[in-house]
Design a protein around this ligand. Structure first.
Ligand SMILES: CC(C)(COP(=O)(O)OP(=O)(O)OC[C@H]1O[C@@H](n2cnc3c(N)ncnc32)[C@H](O)[C@@H]1OP(=O)(O)O)[C@@H](O)C(=O)NCCC(=O)NCCS
Length: 185
């Protein structure tokens, strides 16, 4: 199964069913922090919820080969990255990511996402990775911008979240841009 060493005690592993208790524990510890931007504070409540999430990831992995991964730091799960199904007509997917509050501020997501972009572009030959963030989620937007995603614009009031209509910033990175970035010194 998929594992990737990021160095400095950090690694990526495909989320497997055996990780469900640890995943739920991670969400429990970070419920308020994650809940500002993700619906997990209400939707990820039980072991069954965690198992269903992981099951969905494993099913996507068997469909199109792109893994939903957890991020471990010094043996503890501290975050993860997931992808939407690859659209086979245009070889396009969307990425989402999360870190526990204690794991932020050290470049971990930037490194982890870079590794997963390598996987998507170089191994699976995806042509476009999209990314969407609440316009106010400056930390998430900074991850995208650090990795060279192009800001495409704002889809105004395009998402309902906790009773409010949210403006969504959209970004994308294309395979050609990824290759150009890699050739930079
Ligand atoms: C989005 C999220 C993953 C970003 O976390 P993050 O820690 O800011 O991102 P990174 O791990 O890439 O770290 C970047 C930070 O580490 C710092 N850093 C230190 N060393 C670094 C390095 N080698 N490379 C890059 N950044 C480094 C950066 O300066 C930045 O800190 P700053 O924002 O204070 O300037 C996190 O805020 C999160 O999970 N939030 C809740 C869920 C969420 O919003 N998900 C996204 C939904 S769209």
């Amino acid at each position: 199964m998929f594992t990737y060493d990021l160095g400095d005690g950090a690694s990526l592993q495909i989320l497997e069913m055996r990780h469900a208790p640890e995943f739920l524990e991670f969400v429990d510890e970070n419920r308020a922090y994650l809940g500002e931007w993700m619906s997990w504070d209400t939707t990820m409540q039980t072991l069954e919820d965690a198992q269903n999430f992981i099951k969905r990831g494993l099913s996507r992995f068997s469909d199109d080969g792109i893994p939903w991964v957890g991020i471990w730091l010094n043996g503890r799960m501290v975050g993860g990255i997931h992808f939407s199904p690859i659209d086979p007509r245009v070889h396009s997917t969307e990425v989402g990511y999360w870190l526990g509050q204690d794991a932020t501020g050290r470049g971990l997501m930037t490194r982890a996402l870079k590794a997963m972009l390598h996987y998507a572009f170089d191994l699976l030959h995806v042509n476009r990775v999209g990314l969407q963030a609440d316009v106010r989620n400056s930390r998430s937007r900074a991850v995208a911008e650090r990795l060279g995603f192009t800001f495409e614009g704002i889809r105004r009031q395009s998402l309902e979240y906790k009773g409010q209509l949210i403006d969504i910033a959209t970004y994308s990175l294309l395979a050609q841009e990824w290759c150009e970035q890699k050739s930079l010194p």
